[in-house]
Design a protein around this ligand. Sequence first.
Ligand code: GLN
Length: 491
Amino acid sequence: MSATWTISAARDALRKGEVSATDLTMSCLTAIDAADGLNAFVHKTPELALAQARAADARLKGGDSPSLCGIPLGIKDLFCIKDVPTQAASNILRGFLPQYDSTVTTKLFDAGAVCLGKLNMDEFAMGSSNESSCYGPAVNPWKIDVRKLTPGGSSGGSAAAVAADLCLGATGTDTGGSIRQPAAFTGITGIKPTYGRVSRYGIIAYASSLDQAGPMTKSVRDAAIMLQAMAGHDPKDSTSADIPLPDFEAALTGDIRGKKIGIPREYRMDGLSAEIAAMWDNGADMLRAAGAEVVDISLPHTKYALPTYYIIAPAEASSNLARYDGVRYGHRAALAAGDGITEMYEKTRAEGFGPEVQRRIMVGTFVLSAGFYDAYYNRARRVRALIKRDFELAFAAGVDCILAPATPTAAFGLGEQGTSDPVEMYLNDVFTITLNLAGLPGISVPMGLDSKGLPLGLQLIGRAWGEADLLNHAYVLEKSAGFVAKAEKWW
Ligand code: GLN
């Protein structure tokens, strides 16, 4: 079954003519149709996929084979694709058809990729379990008893689809961990690039100073290949950086001799599972065995990262989501006689946004309000600068990469967290949000299974614009861990 292939294996087979893009796409479409129980794809695009696959086959035949020529991918429902329903898993965008493509999807399709459809996610990317989706949660292909487990969030559909071999890779976005946490929960690889590396143009905004798109794949090499196609300067996004793109795949030498790996002592916190703590030590040993030096470091402002993030992200979200007013996009509530424009806004937004999104809008509006702006938003901005400085000092002292857990626990059951207290859900992000606040790149690498049989990941954090070096460290970890397990098919 070719849908089980990695991008790099498929790329080689396609170039050699051992498989056609059309056959590869068909086998993914078949796998997707048989996996409705995972609720990973919320909108399938078989006609678009087959048209793109035929075009890829024609290109391959003509000897033109760009990096993703004929590779079937899933696209998170946050990326606009012209005339393909795009809802950010929200009822408020019901029926929305974008008028243009995001830069990321344009670049992927220009590189020959095939679009299989749109992937489930938390509503507007707010969540860590995919449970705030208007489509209901995506389900983790990993299952150890009768319970259904979360694939994580917000890019839960992307993670489930890649882990279940429904597609060869997927796009994700990461504002506070939404690529790395679901990757860790499903045994796949996910990289959040440096802020500004990948264009945000045409990606529905959550928190604009934190949002970055990145690939979710079955291997580090695949992450390098896909990131290469997604990244690069885009004049349409004023925060996109005009910095040369290194060759990420060529950087995978496996040689990290003489590199310095930092272990941040503040990340050894309450609530970290003993198995993850042990795996973290193992990971450090693996990097040491490959010739790196492992040193203790301190990132003293880590403990403020969660409250800082949960002020800044809702503040930006409340502003970004003000545009959903029933006038320009998607859903508009039915109005009663005598209702004016204010009632239209109120009814539309009350009906269209789910509870978690409404909570974020209220928190965001509160922290930005005249009487509280200094006490909350401005203070959070200052603490954010301190968190960034912690990392800068560590890297200035010669650290090349930081090794940390990706998540405090393995995947948990659907409905098990955050139902009575939303903060319980926010605690999942404790290891991932620090680098969004600092703008740094981070990658989650699958390391093995816990004693119950669920995948666990470790996270590597790199210097700004240091994705090439970061990917190479991840490559060493991947080779040393040798994780190959797949979820047993139950869906
Ligand atoms: N779980 C975090 C949140 O809910 C991060 C989400 C994300 O990275 N998009 O905000």
